[in-house]
Design a protein around this ligand. Sequence first.
Ligand code: ARG
Length: 456
Amino acid sequence: MSRFSDPQDALFRALNSSIAFDRRLAPYDVEQSLAHVRMLAARGIITDGDRAELERGLEAVRAEVETDGLPADAGDEDVHMAIERRVTEIVGPVGGKLHTARSRNDQVATDLALFVRAHALAGREAVLRLMGVLVEVAERHIDWAMPGYTHLQRAQPVYLSHHLLAYFWKLRRDRDRFEFCLVATDELPLGAGALAGVNFDTSRTDVARELGFGAVAENSIDAVSNRDFVLDYLAAAATCATHLSQLGAEIVLWSSEEFGFCEVADAFASGSSMMPQKKNPDAAELLRAKAPRVAAHLVALHGVLHGLPLTYNKDLQEDKEHLFDAVDTLELCLAAATGMIESLAFHRERLASAAADEFLGATDVADLLVRRGVPFRDAHRMVAGLVRHALERGVALSELTDEELEKGAAGYADEVRAIVVGGDWIASKVSRGGTARARVEEQLERAREVLLEGRG
Ligand code: ARG
């Protein structure tokens, strides 16, 4: 007997079915089912004989999933039904006991928590690999000068190592966000039943222990409606993808003829179907473009969840494709970024000549006047006047006449010229976290320590 007299409409089935995408939860579903049946037997809810049969069926399904994938059946609505059907085909009617004291509502939340945990770990590892490569590349270019930019206008010179390490620290925060996802997935939903708990004296702590959860969710109503950990993963992924996008955007700019700061390795570039001379930094461009896609998945899930009454609603099935695509996109981007950065070739001369632009020493000239007692605001105005003068005459600061410098810089013409010609504006950035060589060395040292902790 069924509650229904009419069969499902094909259109409803197409809309309602999730097997096409949730089949990738199969390994997690099998893992939780094994823990579940062991607990049921330990609590005397099913017999040891039933447990052994169910374990045999689940192990057989696990082997199928690992080799050819879960055998498909057009009638399966989702991965949970498909696995239960398959277990029943293998072990017979005892397969029907698998769903004792369980609902698909706590089941799917548990699969998802296991999935998010695995990919938060994978994200953290991939981020650490890219951080390691950034440290290596920074070491190789420790004292290569380049212009630093604000508003994409040349601002002050920095070392290339310093610039690359900026991404290291952004990624370290990404690593922390993925680590937080491990906390967010640490409470076991299973045992909450459909929403109210189950009519058996189960041991949720046994299941939690076997599946590696640190605790059980305290409230069954919260447990089946909670998707916070998916939001947490998507938020971490979106921020990380945004960092990769910024990195990609810089490589696109830097590898242009106009900048000429670097060249992407052939292995991460493509040619043009029409213009034989082209070498395009496609990998960097795609890193740049993928971030909004990941961020969109975060926004979309907020859309699904907002205003949703407790507890389980079929809306929640819409969490998966957003999560899966974010995982696939981010993991691919992290791996590709690592390969691209590792194999990037930088052009020392181009970087150095751009960094030698005398106007990049303007702040150092102002600070010289400050040391001679001129208030910073006045010094700023004086140097701005010198820059304007030089620009109007089409000369460099050092090419201004003695009189011009004397008049424009409160009588410190010689010292101003020495600073401008000396070009040593990197060495003067001695504050902690600054670009002076010793400070970058310190920074590298701390970065190496972070890597060691992360690997330890
Ligand atoms: N496929 C469903 C999902 O992904 C599983 C839970 C179904 N529960 C239900 N009461 N229909 O959310």
